[in-house]
Design a protein around this ligand. Structure first.
Ligand code: BGC
Length: 746
């Protein structure tokens, strides 16, 4: 076994060239070793929902073969479980497989916010909400790292689209970054200290993430106290010298000798401080040292147990969107036809670097038939949308099969090429040939259950009335087929909830008009109104709201209470399983600030808990919210601010199904800023010192009558300097300058 080396002793004996070489990979997947100093190379590899360890033909697009590994549900599915404990267990299993394959770091999770349903990589991301993405991201990192291997939290930051991802500049205002795009990363970094953070390809406000000092050093290190290593996304570094200076430690993959030589030259000519290089080299050495015990250990993993876990997780992440008349679960006595190519050719993961070579694969049709029923099948359509004549013949067959059955389960979804890393989705809806088949079968048999397989929201508005039941399974991993059989047959009860809103139309979505950008720039014009924050604040109708999901049982909420103590708010609610089977409810706590000096979303999720209850069982759940949960990022003060006064705490089963609401009075902080000559009269009056000073200084001329309402409103908006320049008696620039000085002195 390789001796774990002493990082400081090794660093002290390295030459400048060796230190420079440590700051990039030695090949596609390995760090650089220094044989002379006893430093081995270690392997890092994708991620996020399974291990993609390539034995040969390395690439980052999922082309080359990789060793068999469990393909767990993608983040879209896993996240929809809202189950911290389950996600931690999946993380532990991922960690075991990583370790068993002698890999040091699994490249995941991805916690970028789903800004638009069209992002090609949404299946790899958790949510449109930062609390959900951050909590579940923390759980998976904790799980993986508990096994002595590392993670890579990615893609930091504002990588919310695939179009032009390697060059585009995400133009995002400071408040929106702080409230929407950074907090999931912050939660995971502060809560779980991932071994590495992966910087994104794109620019953030004009500067490549890989060269962004504000992002990689001021935010990540100085504010969040990140202790690990910053690795680049594969090919995201264009100039290693400024990247090192900004806070990048490791460029991946190997980039040839030139960047190393440039680093050496920059240190020699004094343009890069050697101490900066030492910091990066030390972090690489530390990563290697901490991973050696796991990499060197001789261990394996239990393929069957991991498959079972993948099945449990896929079921927990499936969302029952509708179930009119209790069509589901199916009863063993009814004859059930299975329609749709996806039933025998499942879609279970997306394309690109996250593609896992699964240890096995369950198709829904096989899993259903394994329970003993006949389950007659018709493909109904081709996934790729074949020539019209072929699809018409498949449709005709499907209608015949559907007509003879009591109930029909139609497996629909997005074709594989619709969802991939590297480009965005071409459409929000399902392909026309699938919808045509659904229409035709619904005409002969109204008892239709639609099972969806897609990695990101699809529009359902045009066809949902044709199906009394819809089960969204996302891309559920290798055991998704058996999980869906469990759910359809009632072996398990659905308990997933939407982590992203399902909109009616692409035109309704927040980024519409500002996506995917133009001329190398994408402007996040919707600001903080992302996901349900947008739909709820604008009171728009949606197909299914954030947080929504049905069960085979029902839940009652009672005794919703909230009390404030300073800026801490204690929230409690009692949840009761009011139906006849066991099930799990996801209790969601939203905060609303009805009056604020900035636009705040109508409601924002701040806490949640998944509670499993037997029929008739009740449980009290409690949450503690802190100042940060009530605050917004003040764009002028550049910090978090709690504005005192009324806050409404809403507890419910989705952002549109609120079961209890309590107002609390919160002690906030005074919000006056420093007064200047350009502060408005309104700002002066709101200031406890400056207000009275200005009041007594503004003496209206004796012949002036009282100001009417319009005049008053106009004056309130005017900077004090403009009034002073108008030259009122006793109030000129000198007098104003004196007031500014007095107000500053308090
Ligand atoms: C992806 C990363 C991935 C890396 C290595 C990149 O193209 O954006 O998520 O970890 O390749 O495969």
């Amino acid at each position: 076994m390789t001796q774990v080396f002493d990082v400081e002793r090794v660093l002290a004996q390295l030459t400048l060239e060796e230190k420079a070489s440590l700051t990039s990979g030695s090949d596609f997947w390995h760090t650089q070793g220094v044989e002379r100093a006893g430093v081995p190379a270690v392997m890092v590899t994708d991620g996020p929902h399974g291990l993609r360890k390539q034995a040969e033909d390395a690439d980052h697009l999922g082309l080359g073969n990789s060793v068999p590994a469990t393909c767990f549900p993608t983040a879209a599915a896993l996240g929809s479980s809202w189950d911290v404990e389950l996600v931690t267990r999946v993380g532990e299993a991922l960690g075991r497989e990583t370790r068993a394959n002698d890999v040091a770091v699994l490249l995941g999770p991805g916690v970028n916010i789903k800004r638009t349903p069209l992002c090609g990589r949404n299946f790899e991301y958790v949510s449109e909400d930062p609390v959900v993405a951050g909590e579940l991201g923390t759980a998976i990192v904790r799980g993986i790292q508990s096994q002595g291997v590392g993670t890579s939290l990615k893609h930091f930051a504002a990588n919310n689209q695939e179009s032009d991802r390697m060059r585009v500049s995400a133009e995002v205002d400071e408040r929106t970054l702080r409230e929407i795009y950074l907090p999931a990363f912050e939660r995971v970094v502060t809560g779980a200290q991932p071994w590495t953070v992966m910087c994104a390809y794109n620019k953030v406000n004009g500067t490549y993430a890989s060269e962004n000092h504000w992002l990689l050093t001021e935010i990540l290190r100085d504010e969040w106290a990140f202790e690990g290593l910053v690795v680049s996304d594969w090919g995201a570094v264009h100039d290693r010298v400024p990247a090192l200076a900004a806070g990048l430690d490791l460029q991946m993959p190997a980039a040839g000798p030139r960047p190393d030589e440039e680093v050496v030259a920059a240190v020699r000519d004094g343009s890069l401080d050697e101490a900066v290089l030492d910091v990066a080299a030390r972090r690489v050495l530390h990563l290697v040292a901490r991973s050696l015990p796991g990499v060197e250990a001789d261990d394996s993993f239990d393929v069957d147990a991991h498959h079972e876990l993948a099945r449990e997780a896929a079921a927990a992440g499936s969302v029952l969107l509708k179930n009119d008349g209790g069509l589901l679960p199916l009863t063993s006595a009814e004859s059930v036809a299975v329609i749709g190519e996806f039933a025998r050719t499942p879609r279970y993961q997306g394309a690109g670097s996250s593609q896992v070579n699964p240890t096995r694969l369950d198709a829904p049709l096989d899993a259903l038939r394994a329970t003993g029923g006949a389950f007659p099948f018709a493909a109904g359509f081709t996934i790729a949308g074949g020539p019209a004549g072929d699809d018409q013949a498949l449709l005709t067959d499907a209608v015949a099969v559907a007509r003879d059955a009591r109930t029909v389960v139609a497996f629909l979804g997005l074709p594989g090429p619709d969802e991939s890393e590297g480009y965005d989705r071409p459409r929000l809806g399902l392909p026309d040939n699938q919808v045509a088949t659904l229409r035709a079968i619904a005409e002969v048999n109204p008892r239709v259950v639609v099972v969806l397989a897609n990695g990101s929201a699809v529009s359902v508005t045009d066809w949902r009335d044709l199906a009394p039941a819809i089960l969204e399974t996302w891309l559920g991993g290798q055991a998704g087929g058996s999980a869906v059989a469990d759910l359809l047959l009632g072996v398990r009860t659905p308990s997933g909830r939407l982590t992203e809103t399902i909109p009616h139309r692409i035109e309704d979505t927040p980024a519409f008009g500002n996506f995917p950008g133009e001329a190398g720039v994408v402007r996040y014009g919707e600001g903080v109104l992302v996901g349900y924050r947008w739909y709820d604040t604008r009171a728009m109708d949606v197909a299914y709201p954030f947080g929504h999901g049905l069960s085979y049982t029902t839940f009652g909420y009672s005794d919703v209470a909230a009390t404030a103590d300073g800026t801490d708010v204690a929230v409690t609610a009692t949840i009761t399983n009011t139906g006849s089977v066991a099930g799990a409810e996801v209790v969601q706590v939203y905060v609303r600030d009805p009056e604020a000096s900035v636009l705040r979303p109508t409601r924002e999720l701040k806490a949640f808990a998944k509670v499993t209850l037997e029929p008739g069982e009740s449980r009290e759940v409690s949450f503690t919210l802190g100042a940060r949960d009530l605050s917004y990022w003040h764009p002028g003060l550049h910090r978090w601010v709690v504005e005192g006064g009324e806050f409404v705490i809403e507890v419910g089963a989705s952002s549109r199904d609120l079961r209890g609401s309590v107002s609390v009075d919160v002690e906030g902080e005074p919000l006056w800023g420093e007064l200047t000559v350009m502060s408005t009269i309104e700002e002066w009056f709101a200031h406890p010192v400056g207000g009275p000073l200005l009041q007594s200084a503004l003496v209206p001329p004796a012949d002036m009558g009282p100001l009417d309402e319009t005049m008053q409103a106009m004056i309130l908006q005017m900077p004090a300097k403009v009034i002073a320049d108008f030259g009122l008696v006793g109030f000129d620039r000198e007098a104003l300058d004196a007031l500014v000085a007095k107000a500053a002195a308090g």
